[in-house]
Write a protein that binds this ligand. Structure first.
Ligand SMILES: *[C@@H]1O[C@H](CO)[C@@H](O)[C@H](O)[C@H]1NC(C)=O
Ligand SMILES: *[C@@H]1O[C@H](CO)[C@@H](O)[C@H](O)[C@H]1NC(C)=O
Length: 189
């Protein structure tokens, strides 16, 4: 009787601990800024992160690499072209966890309303997304409250991605031009 009870306890404890061990193994890959849902037609991934664009100060992450002869007299800085390497973090706090970087170009492409053409690779370094990226190509009307931009492809877990990014300025210093922008991204792979 005690042997049977012992075996019973052993089986119960195995059943209880195995899922626990598996969830511990999954733990290192868990990230707070991404949600991956496997559906019938593929995977839908939702990402939430913050983009830090520093144009002035000691360590700018966005630098002007070209401009037109009359960019400086244009109210929308038409013709200014920036090369950027902007950190992406989990929360608006610049010292929060780094999850990736947005690298590429944005330039003033609009003469009346302020509009930036974004040609950027959003590459991630956190958890299971380390090494995966998606590409944005779209107009960012930065003075509008919410801007939507197209996602035109990706690599790694985001291979063949289609999707859209919605961006909302969280903080902007009009004197320095430095900004923190919140992103909500939906990707279909
Ligand atoms: C991401 O992957 C690279 C190359 O495989 C590795 O060197 C790096 O440590 C990884 N980063 C993180 C944060 O895990
Ligand atoms: C992202 O979604 C949250 C709600 O889930 C919302 O509060 C926030 O304003 C959205 N941000 C952007 C950039 O659209």
């Amino acid at each position: 009787m005690t042997r049977i009870a012992l075996i019973g306890i052993l089986i119960i404890s195995l059943v209880v601990t195995i899922p626990w061990i598996q969830s511990l193994e999954d733990e290192p890959n868990q990230v707070n800024w991404a949600q991956r849902l496997d559906g019938e037609k593929g995977v839908v991934t939702n990402l939430q992160f913050y983009f830090h664009d520093t144009v002035t100060g000691q360590n700018p992450t966005a630098v002007r690499v070209a401009q037109a002869s009359d960019t400086s007299t244009s109210l929308t800085l038409f013709g200014a072209l920036m090369m950027v390497d902007d950190p992406l973090t989990e929360s608006p706090d610049p010292s929060s966890k780094l999850v990736g970087r947005a690298q590429g170009l944005y330039g003033s492409a609009a003469q009346s309303d302020f509009g930036l053409i974004m040609v950027l690779n959003y590459g991630f370094t956190d958890g299971i997304y380390n090494g995966s990226s998606f590409s944005v190509l779209g107009l960012n009307q930065a003075m509008h409250q919410v801007r939507e931009m197209a996602i035109v492809g990706g690599t790694g877990l985001f291979r063949m991605a289609r999707g859209y990014a919605s961006a909302k300025t969280y903080y902007m210093n009009p004197l320095t031009g430095n900004a923190i922008v919140g992103y909500n991204v939906t990707l279909f792979t």
